[in-house]
Design a protein around this ligand. Structure first.
Ligand code: GLU
Length: 292
């Protein structure tokens, strides 16, 4: 990878403002791009429209701006890129790798219990493959990827070697939902490739999606970027911070303090005491530390 070819991105879903955890991912992806003298893109992942909050995208852009994390290109919005996702689905259908599925959640749960497969609370339902060989008279609802021998190995830059058997862990997964919305997995893979992303830096809670995304890249003949998953920021009770559980909105009245907090999660030391208190000086010092 030539340094000049590096393209990274931060890809928040506009379901709320940035919180302390998402700022860590934003800062890490920005620092990684800077330290590779690469470009840093912002992609607003607003495909799951029912979960998007009006004004959140603009708010996120402003929060990043306040922290001095300015993208090198105008932000892109997934809601404007449906044609690309449609094209990718069409390609997969033509290759016999995507099929329509008529199962409701209930159907899937029922099929699993008939097979005696225990269900853990909150666990994702492993699709039992009911519609793989046809809809059996049911109307098509969603589109799924036909996962063959789904064993995927990859190396995370922080977590090291990873392996997941996608057929065991999730089964044939959804590409387009029953409500017509594009699934995150398809949209993220199409966009990372279309935008020439070479390095994905994001929160560790997304690591589990990587094997699915690599399978999709292979199915679509797309390159696999390098992955780095950053440490999570946990709440006072050890819970994952998320916009859904009302993670505290970032206080950006002192952007340096918020950034210093995020930097410490990444193991970056506080800048030297004699450093001027400017964003540029601090982020410059963290970039040097990150490179080292
Ligand atoms: N939009 C996703 C989220 O906010 C992140 C996508 C990614 O970085 O791959 O959870």
């Amino acid at each position: 990878m030539t340094r000049a070819g590096y393209r990274g991105r931060f890809a928040p879903s506009p379901t709320g403002a940035l919180h302390a955890g998402s700022l860590v991912a934003a800062l890490a992806s920005w620092l990684d791009a800077r330290s590779h003298q690469g470009r840093w893109l912002l992609r607003i992942e607003d495909v799951d429209t029912p979960r998007c909050v009006t004004g959140a995208a603009e708010h996120i852009v402003a929060q990043l701006e306040r922290c001095g994390l300015t993208p090198d290109e105008p932000p892109s919005y997934q809601s404007q890129r449906s044609a690309l996702y449609q094209q990718a689905l069409k390609q997969l259908v033509q290759q016999g790798l995507a099929y329509p599925c008529g199962c409701t959640r209930q159907d899937i749960a029922h099929a699993l219990s008939e097979r005696g497969q225990p269900r853990e609370r909150h666990a994702e339902l492993v699709y039992p493959g009911t519609c793989r060989n046809g809809l059996q008279g049911k109307p098509a609802r969603a589109w799924r990827l036909r996962v063959g021998s789904g064993q995927v190995s990859w190396t995370d830059r922080r977590l090291g070697p990873q392996v997941q058997d996608v057929s065991q862990a999730v089964g044939d997964f959804v590409l387009q939902r029953a409500d017509g919305l594009w699934a995150y997995q398809l949209a993220v893979v199409v966009d990372d490739a279309a935008q020439g992303i070479t390095h994905v830096v994001r929160g560790q809670d997304l690591a589990d999606n990587t094997a699915r995304q690599i399978l999709l890249q292979r199915a679509l003949g797309l390159p696999t970027p390098r992955y780095l998953h950053t440490p999570l920021v946990l709440g006072a009770h050890g819970e994952k911070l998320s916009k859904q559980n009302g993670a505290q909105v970032l206080d950006l009245s002192q952007p340096l303090a918020a950034l210093a907090q995020a930097a410490s999660v990444l193991g970056l030391g506080a800048p030297a005491a004699d450093l001027p208190g400017s964003l540029k000086a601090w982020t410059g010092q963290w970039t040097a530390q990150w490179t080292a």
